[in-house]
Design a protein around this ligand. Structure first.
Ligand code: ANZ
Ligand code: ZN
Length: 870
């Protein structure tokens, strides 16, 4: 038998699937629908190993659900707008559109060579006017529905890239690409009002039962609900301002007796007022603005304060006052933009107090601690305990104290208002979608001096990005374009200016999964079609998208519902986040990182030793790391696909570790997968050869070995199905390995053999081929054909399981002839009557007694006894 040749067979089957449109959703298919989706890729130019893993996982689900008789939607597209295309344009002088479309071509070919069961007729690319015109239409609908606002806001400004950065793009206070220190600027921007949905997005998480708990927690934390108190502090009389009180937001009013200062945000109105008459304060504020707005940045930055000279009355210690500072760690857009500091029980407050010599008064006593001796050292005490040093709160728990103090302040008045009011706050901010960039979806509005902001009439959509743009100047090429932004106002007809901001690419990816349900429609969705497919039954992707992409998609789905495009709230029923692909790292003696191709790993006295191929010198084998450019430990999927074929790569991705964990790519692992592929091929060849010795395989009666094999086979079918449904692909793979082993052992046993044995083998091999089909689809098709089966295995129904074979125990039945015990048989518990009868008649002692005659009667008491009457 010849070796299996994936290089020949994989393109062959890919063409067959293509020609037969095997994975195209058919009109009028009324079977139960199943929508499986993997996160669509950014067309960077080449697929990476993370894609291989993601798409291998999704394809198993898709092919399995097809085999289960579902009408499966499994589409693919391109998240095609974004900064890298623009940077490539700048570096190579190439239009971002050309660069992107070339990359899509190349990557589509790569994905096709993976043999994924995708419906390519539904492909969408977010950079095509055919896609983004619908996004523009929905933007207008959202604008009308009050889901969009335009407001001044502070942004992270990258002075080198000349763009606004999302908080996630600010790393250690620097732009993620330029590395330049980020500044703060005020700009008028477009926002989606996601914060109005904070409570709804939070409470609906409870219903997402098919999501990983980890992701649900990340979503909850991001929304960041906190319940606390708004508290008014009366200012001591001063010349510096007419303001008479400061309002703070606190989640820990129970620590009020430990208060030692008030701090205002640098952007607080009162700060601004004071700074106008205090140049040193103005300079302090300016210094604060030289840092990014990212919370992370602020948290890491050293705590800085400026004493305003003002003070407030201590609200629970008559006659005492608290100094008012401006502090860099107080954000204007959270709570009220002002806090009271309780240094004993908040780390930031503690650092601040220590730095400015303010008192540290502990008011929460840890369980079992001695109130006489308990002090705060380097760390604030933030755990549970009993309130002390707090007059009427003494002895209460934190929760009790919170209630008591809330009631206390509710009944007092400052400036004619209740001094304390209960308040819920969310960390979730409105979603700023404006980007001062070319390669994105144009925001469809026009600014007119007379009419203000005017929506582009829907009949004028799409607002198409111009192709002829220049990147010779920093900033947004749409701004510098000679004609594009100059238009007439749709309302008054006077010369007006197009909005040159484009949308955040997270908008594009917030509804692509919806578009796949009606990718060619003239409207964003076709409600009957869309609602029939949605929600996505199983979504699979990287955990790096577990927060923003999913949250924005959940919001956008709601926005689409409100604007009449969709009939549901939650877009993803099942969510799965896969682990990363890792690889060993290698370093040359001089510290250079070496790529896996540049080293050869040998066994030297039982130890693995890397040798740099070019120099022949030993290299160091480093730690196992996520594949990255900087460590040069990348593996090019193209090389793997060429060398081993798609099935091997897919098999290895599925086999090695649970899909939610990281998988380490190793040569040895891939080699093993490749050997297994050949083993299956040999097994199929052997079983065909054995079958050929019998012109016709009749069912016959299984003997003990055949029965044992049937059990293994049916159990494997059951468990592989269960494991795939539970997304435990590595366990499914392990089951298949075991099945292959059992079949190989049986081949040794069976030849030459009675027909029944061959039938058991034939069934086993056929099932094996069906079980590997979702994972190694090309090999499976080849085997299917070799076995002489009709049609394609990708169209074959998932094999049925005979529950009789799943019964764990066998039973041994005494066999009587005319009431006298003559023999015994061992059968699976609950075996069918006829199967038992046949088996009994084939027993040697019984056959001898019958002397070729048929018995008068056989009585089978299931699982008990067999009586033959002659
Ligand atoms: C006094 C206090 C004492 C606080 C204590 C904490 C511990 P979460 O849970 O995230 O909502 N805070 C309020 N507004 C702020 C702002 N704009 N910028 C920075 N910090 C702000 O956090 C609420 C707590 O964060 C509030 O409770 C407040 O400090 C601070 F032992 O008030 B706390
Ligand atoms: Zn006008």
């Amino acid at each position: 038998l010849e070796r299996y040749n994936p290089r020949e067979m994989e393109p062959h089957w890919q063409k067959v699937w293509d020609d037969q449109q095997s994975f195209v959703v058919k009109d009028g298919d009324t079977r139960e629908r199943y929508y499986v989706l993997e996160m669509f890729p950014y067309p960077s130019g080449r697929i990476h190993m993370g894609h291989v893993r993601n798409y291998a996982l999704g394809d198993v689900v898709a092919r399995y659900q097809r085999a289960r008789g579902k009408n499966v939607l499994h589409p693919m597209g391109w998240d095609a707008f974004g900064l890298p295309a623009e940077n490539a344009a700048i570096e190579r002088g190439m239009n971002p559109g050309i660069w992107t479309r070339q990359n899509i071509e190349a990557m589509r070919a790569q994905l096709k060579s993976m043999g994924l069961s995708l419906d390519w007729t539904r492909e969408v690319a977010t950079c095509e006017p055919d896609y983004y015109r619908h996004q523009q239409a929905m933007f207008l609908d959202m604008l009308e529905a009050g889901l969009v606002t335009r407001k001044q806001s502070k942004v992270n400004w990258d002075p080198v890239d000349m763009t606004v950065l999302a908080n996630e793009q600010v790393i250690d206070g620097k732009g993620w690409r330029s590395g330049a220190p980020v500044e703060q600027r005020e700009l008028t921007q477009w926002f989606f009002r996601i914060s109005d949905f904070a409570e709804e997005l939070l409470s609906a998480i409870d219903g997402l039962t098919e999501w990983p708990e980890k992701v649900r927690t990340m979503q909850r934390n991001w929304i960041g609900k906190s319940e606390g108190l708004k508290l008014l502090f009366a200012l001591e009389a001063t010349e510096k301002t007419a303001t008479t009180s400061i309002e703070v937001f606190t989640t820990r009013p129970d620590t009020i007796f430990g208060a030692s200062f008030i701090a205002l945000s640098p952007d607080h109105p009162l700060t601004g007022e004071l700074a106008a008459g205090d140049p040193a304060l103005a300079e302090f504020v300016a210094e604060c603005h030289r840092h990014g707005t990212a919370t992370e940045t602020l948290e890491k930055a050293e705590k800085q304060g400026y004493f305003t000279g003002l003070s407030v009355a201590h609200p629970v210690k008559p006659g005492q006052t608290l100094p008012v500072y401006v502090a860099n760690f107080v954000l204007m857009d959270y709570g009220t933009g002002a806090i009271f500091g309780s240094a004993g029980h908040d780390q930031r407050d503690l650092e601040f107090a220590r730095k400015y010599g303010l008192p540290v008064i502990p008011v929460v006593l840890p369980p079992g601690a001695d109130p006489q001796t308990f002090t705060i050292g380097e760390e604030a005490y933030t755990d549970t305990g009993t309130i002390f040093n707090s007059a009427f709160l003494d002895g209460l728990s934190i929760e009790e104290a919170k209630k008591t103090i809330a009631d206390h302040f509710a009944s007092l008045r400052v400036d004619g208002r209740p001094q304390g009011t209960v308040e819920v706050n969310y960390r979730l901010r409105d979603w700023g979608v404006s980007r001062q960039r070319y390669w994105g979806c144009p925001i469809p509005v026009i600014h007119c001096e007379a009419c203000g902001t005017v929506p582009v009439p829907k009949k004028d959509l799409p607002v198409v990005l111009p192709d002829d743009v220049a990147f010779d100047k920093p900033g947004n090429p749409l701004d510098h374009h000679p004609t594009w932004k100059h238009v007439d106002c749709p309302q008054c007809g006077r010369p007006a200016r197009r909005e040159t901001d484009t949308m955040d690419t997270f908008v594009d990816s917030s509804w692509y999964f919806v578009r796949f349900t009606a990718p060619h429609a003239d409207t964003p969705t076709v409600p009957e079609e869309t609602n029939a497919w949605m929600p996505v039954d199983q979504y699979i992707g990287g955990v790096e998208h577990a927060i923003l992409h999913l949250l924005y998609s959940r919001f956008f789905t709601r926005a689409m519902k409100i604007t009449g495009h969709l009939g549901l709230d939650e877009p993803f029923k099942g969510m799965f986040t896969q682990g990363m692909v890792t690889h060993e790292t290698y370093k040359a003696g001089d510290g250079r990182w070496l790529s896996p191709e540049e080293v050869r790993v040998e066994l030297v006295e039982g130890e693995r030793q890397a040798i740099e191929v070019a120099t022949g010198r030993p290299a160091q084998i480093g730690s196992i790391e996520k594949i990255s450019k900087s460590k040069r430990n990348g593996i090019d999927p193209d090389e793997i696909l060429k060398t081993y074929g798609a099935d091997t790569a897919r098999w290895f991705m599925l086999s090695d570790s649970p899909p939610e964990r990281d998988v380490q790519w190793t040569e040895a692992g891939v080699e093993g997968a490749s050997r297994f592929q050949q083993r299956i091929w040999r097994l199929v060849g052997e079983s065909v050869a054995i079958a050929e010795q019998f012109s016709e395989i009749e069912a016959g009666v299984d003997d003990e070995d055949a029965l044992a094999l049937r059990k293994i086979v049916h159990r494997a079918v059951k468990q592989v199905g269960d494991d795939i449904e539970g997304l435990r692909f590595n366990r499914a793979v392990a089951q298949i390995y075991e099945l292959a082993n059992a079949l190989a052992r049986y081949v040794g046993l069976v030849s030459p053999a009675p027909a029944a044995r061959c039938a058991a083998l034939a069934e086993g091999v056929e099932r094996l081929v069906q079980l590997i089909a979702p994972m190694m689809p090309h090999l499976a098709e080849t085997c299917w054909q070799t076995l002489g089966k009709q049609g394609l295995v990708c169209d074959a129904a998932w094999p049925a399981v005979d529950p009789a074979y799943l019964v764990d125990d066998t039973v041994t039945l005494p066999v009587q002839v005319n009431g006298k015990r003559r023999a015994e048989i061992t059968v699976a518990k609950g075996s069918a009557q006829t199967a038992v009868e046949e088996l009994v008649l084939s027993l040697e002692p019984i056959a001898r007694m019958l002397e070729g005659k048929a018995p008068k009667k056989i009585v089978v008491v299931p699982d008990r006894i067999v009586n033959v009457v002659v």
